[in-house]
Design a protein around this ligand. Structure first.
Ligand code: FAD
Length: 492
């Protein structure tokens, strides 16, 4: 009997991303529990590495990447570094357009997956690395690095404001359609990195995009708002509920503070121990128990004080709702968001009820609860509308991608490449070291503006003021160790 051949990691990755074995079209989906900046960049880097390793790329032909969000940008950068020619197509006028102007939200590479990953503030990627900070700053830093790369090579072409409607098989390769016309180039391979799609626009409740400022964090009780309704229990809805009740929300900084304070504690252990992934299954009791532990165990007294002070009586109470059959703890939202919602529920700062939000005469209704419109502020976070891969893949292919990519989530969403990352670019060691040093300075200064960074033979060395919070300094940047050489007096 023939021995069962173990599939290599690279083969598993390629297979999970190829919906039709007869076509060289691959898809980086938004399937699974962990879909965020960091996880999507890992999905992109894993796929580029696996395609190269499995010899799926023909370097006599260009590769088309459809979608200029963070996933497509990371994938394009990886393939260009690997020596391939890439054409990147983005439907909007800018790459990463949604997030480029988002000043009112902070992003963190670990927050959405914590406590399943430690709270390390650097994404620790070989390039297009970033550290936690305001979304607009993070994204503009990544774009700057990508555009610098594009300027230095003729193997990358970026087509903005160009929506691809179809991928067809031509005689000499795959061809793309735009506005009914076929683009001239024949591609050896096409990768779909088209993301989740845009947020659902409800007819009677127009939503402001999650990434655009809506000012709800400034709402206070003095403004005649008696009810604050948040409809939707994904990350968007949970974060907005927390934004409203917490005076010290600080663009999400309070969520990071909470996770930093709980990293490695019994509360984190509790979430880890009672859950396969912390998401998806009914874990309400676990989160409520964990929140009670924060509220009653003296070892969490500082965090408890911070949270109670922030969600003070002058803040509005939020009525959170979701359609029947789901709740905040059943959703795919991040564990730390669920935990903070559970904590706010203990003191009735957030009240949850099931039901669909509907208009009712001059007011609105959720389940049996009715609210007058003038004193009710409504936030709708119902997630994306459809899936942009529908135009490229059949329903059967999407079902295949979902199943395979959910099954392989642990491999796809974390670092799975097994050797130094692809680097066929003709960079000299000197220029690479200089560029990494520049990026490291930028990254560390975002965390601690007074720090100074120097590059030593064995890694980066950092001098920090005494007041710096060491927990926030990453142990490595771009795969290179970070050493704290000495601390000096604050401001010294
Ligand atoms: C409401 C919401 C809140 C989120 N909050 C966070 C958060 O706080 N932190 C975090 O880390 N992650 C968050 N995420 C996830 C994060 O936005 C994504 O993981 C990240 O943006 C990477 O996405 P992407 O590139 O795969 O998709 P997108 O950012 O959606 O990019 C896809 C791109 O493809 C383009 N495109 C689509 N179809 C075509 C086509 N046919 N032709 C050409 N171009 C096309 C689109 O215009 C778009 O620019 C959130 C997501 C949503 C929806």
């Amino acid at each position: 009997m023939a021995a069962k051949v173990e599939k290599t990691i690279s083969k598993q990755i390629v297979d999970a991303c190829q919906p039709n074995r007869a076509r060289d079209i691959y898809c980086i989906g938004s399937f699974g529990h962990f879909v965020n900046f960091s996880a999507q960049q890992h999905r992109a880097l894993n796929l580029a590495w696996a395609l190269h390793k499995e010899d799926r790329l023909d370097n006599t032909k260009a590769i088309a990447v459809i979608g200029g969000g963070l996933t497509g940008v990371t994938l394009a950068a990886a393939l260009v570094r690997g020596g391939y020619t890439v054409h990147l197509f983005e439907h909007r006028k800018e790459l990463m357009a949604h997030q480029l102007s988002t000043d009112h939200r902070l992003v963190h590479p670990a927050i959405n997956s914590w406590p399943f990953v430690p709270m390390i503030p650097s994404s620790s990627l070989p390039f297009l690395n970033w550290v936690s900070g305001p979304c607009s700053k993070v994204v503009s830093g990544l774009l700057r690095e990508f555009e610098e790369m594009a300027e230095q090579t003729d193997r990358l072409q970026i087509f903005r404001d160009l929506e691809i409607s179809n991928v067809d098989d031509g005689l000499e390769g795959l061809v793309l359609s735009h506005k009914g016309a076929v683009t001239g180039t024949r591609y050896g391979c096409v990768v779909l990195a088209v993301g989740f799609g845009d947020e659902k626009e409800e007819e009677s409740f127009p939503a402001i995009s999650y990434w655009h400022p809506d000012g709800i964090e400034h709402q206070t009780l003095t403004q005649d708002i008696q009810y604050f309704l948040v409809s939707g229990c994904g990350d968007g809805g949970l974060i907005d509920a927390l934004r409203v009740i917490h005076r010290d929300f600080d663009k999400g900084g309070l969520i990071f503070e909470t996770a930093y304070a709980l990293d490695g504690t019994a509360v984190a252990e509790m979430i880890l121990a009672h859950s396969d992934s912390g998401r998806g299954s009914n874990k309400k009791a676990v989160y409520i128990d964990a929140a009670r532990m924060i509220a009653s165990d003296p070892s969490y007294a500082n965090l408890q004080k911070t949270l109670v002070r922030s969600a003070g009586l002058k803040r509005p109470v939020v009525r959170l709702s979701a359609r029947n059959g789901t709740d905040p703890f059943l959703s795919n939202a991040a564990p730390v968001h669920k935990l903070m919602i559970a904590h706010a529920m203990l003191s009735d700062r957030i009240l949850y009820s099931q039901g669909t939000l509907v208009r009712n005469g001059n007011g609105v209704q959720v389940g049996r609860n009715k609210y007058d419109a003038p004193n009710t502020k409504i936030v709708v976070r119902h997630g994306p509308n459809g899936n942009p891969i529908q135009r490229f893949c059949s329903q059967e292919e999407i079902t295949f991608l979902r199943r395979e990519q959910e099954d392989l989530e642990d491999v796809l969403s974390k670092k799975s490449w097994t050797e130094p990352y692809l680097d066929a670019a003709n960079e000299t060691v000197g220029t690479r070291a200089e560029r990494l040093h520049r990026q490291a300075v930028r990254a560390i200064k975002l965390i601690c503006p007074e720090a100074s960074v120097s590059a030593g033979n064995r890694g980066f060395q950092i001098v920090l003021p005494k007041s710096a919070d060491l927990k926030r300094i990453p142990h490595e940047l771009f795969g290179i160790p970070v050493k704290i050489r000495a601390t000096r007096k604050s401001g010294g």
